[in-house]
Design a binder for this molecule. Structure first.
Ligand code: ASP
Ligand code: MG
Length: 440
């Protein structure tokens, strides 16, 4: 059995949904199809929740009505028969009635999660109406019946497996199952989600749970590229990555794959393929256990980084200093991305400023602080980078004119990272494209 996951843009227009049908009916292999919400829907639902949280009911109502109009329009080109249009209209009416009811009751976080779940529920149900209309045999599989997170908001594959196998066993002989990405139940049994972009994570968890032959992630680009195609003109798709390489790239900025979606596939050794709905014959990227070659494969950048430097002569020859620093970040549940040390200073980067003020206040007694905002981490990712002697020379030669605030090398064999001011990011990516990959 394989997993085929389609993102928001792949289902965002009726004609794209028709294409998804073509792709899922191309072969006879048993499959679970995981769908995101139509593109733009989850953003709209977030805005509706925000408006309700601020008790701005007029704004919330406006947003609900405009989203409802979008769906009313969508189904007109999705399905054609009177009966299918009626079925589809009934579905969207139910979901928008629900949103309108929520508008009238007092708002809370659990309700917000219910709001956020509407997108995936609608996209999958509408897709099933379309499959029904054209006579494609399938089963609608509610993710809320099997996808779950524990009290730490962590999904547990064995738990998901047990529930999923139980559900699947009720449909012997069936070959195609349609389910929602992103949504799940939490430890209290309430509707919850796997955080923004979480449909990839759902796909990978399901793939791990059923020991799938492959987890296909279908998007609108032909795989992971060696550099950011939105910024750099000449980029190329990478045919093969190891899980370690893909994890670094996904974490350090490659938007195509949710970073959390790597571990279930890696742990249960399920191949992941990144494929393009617009160009189904293109090879895309395959992610497997081992790398196929050594050396630099890609560059990625992550914005919104803050650097904190703690300078103290007391650190000189002292021990326990780093522990004190780390404890502060632990207390505020703020992960550190990069770290470099000298004998009298430590620099760390974080990507969440939520607790920056409290963190700085507690770090103050440890030394003099310097904060740099608006920074980007640029990472060069590949296999056994340490053995590629020319890499560092090429990197720093090409970046002679860029201000580099931190360098991290040796932390893993798959990554060399630098910290630069975000305004220099585009130039940095361009220069590295030439310096490392010879692409101009
Ligand atoms: N619809 C959700 C989002 O936009 C989940 C996903 O598409 O991956 O974040
Ligand atoms: Mg996505």
């Amino acid at each position: 059995m394989k997993i085929m996951k389609f993102g928001g843009t792949s289902v965002g227009k009726p004609e794209r949904m028709h294409q998804v049908k073509d792709l899922v009916t191309r072969d006879a292999e048993e499959k679970i199809v995981v769908l995101s919400a139509l593109s733009g829907t989850t953003n709209a639902l977030v805005a509706i929740g925000d408006a309700m949280a601020f008790s701005d009911k007029t704004k919330a109502k406006e947003l609900i009505d405009s989203l409802a109009a979008h769906y009313a329009n969508f189904i007109q080109s999705l399905v054609y028969s009177e009966a299918s249009r009626e079925k589809a209209t009934k579905i969207i009416n139910e979901h928008f009635d629900f949103l309108n009811i929520i508008l009238k009751i007092s708002f809370n976080d659990a309700l917000n999660k219910d709001i956020l779940a509407q997108g995936e529920l609608m996209s999958t149900k509408l897709f099933c109406v379309y499959l029904d209309e054209i006579g494609v045999d399938h089963v609608f599989l509610p993710a809320l019946d099997f996808m779950s997170i524990d009290s730490n908001d962590e999904p547990q594959v064995p738990v998901i497996r047990e529930k999923l196998l139980h559900v699947l066993a009720q449909f012997p002989g069936k070959k195609m199952f349609i389910t929602q990405g992103y949504i799940c139940r939490n430890a209290k049994g309430e509707v919850d989600n796997l955080k923004r972009g979480g449909s990839d994570y759902s796909a990978s968890l399901i793939a791990a749970a059923i020991n799938a032959s492959v987890c296909e992630i279908w998007t609108d680009i032909d795989g992971m590229h060696n550099n950011d195609p939105r910024i750099v003109k000449k980029t190329r798709a990478i045919e093969h990555l190891s899980f370690d390489e893909a994890a670094e790239l996904a974490y350090f900025g490659a938007k195509i794959l949710h970073p959390a979606s790597i571990w279930p596939a890696q742990h249960y050794n399920i191949p992941v393929k990144l494929l393009n709905t617009m160009e189904p014959e293109a090879k895309g990227t395959i992610i497997l256990k081992d790398a196929d070659s050594d050396g630099a494969k890609a560059v990625a950048a992550k914005d919104g980084i803050v650097m904190i430097k703690i300078k103290s002569s007391r650190m000189l020859l002292a021990y326990g200093f780093l522990r004190k620093i780390f404890e502060v970040f632990e207390k505020y549940r703020t992960p550190i991305d990069m770290i470099t040390t000298s004998e009298v200073a430590v620099s760390v980067t974080i990507d969440s400023t939520l607790h920056l003020d409290e963190i700085c206040k507690e770090l103050q007694p440890l030394g003099e602080l310097e904060i740099l905002r608006d920074q980007s981490i640029v990472s060069v990712v590949g296999n056994k980078l340490a053995f590629q002697a020319s890499l560092l020379t090429n990197m720093f030669d090409s970046l002679a004119d860029i201000q580099i605030n931190m360098v991290s090398y040796g932390g893993s064999a798959h990554n060399v990272s630098i910290l630069i001011p975000t305004p220099s990011k585009n130039q940095t990516l361009q220069l590295l494209n030439k310096g490392i990959f010879g692409l101009d």
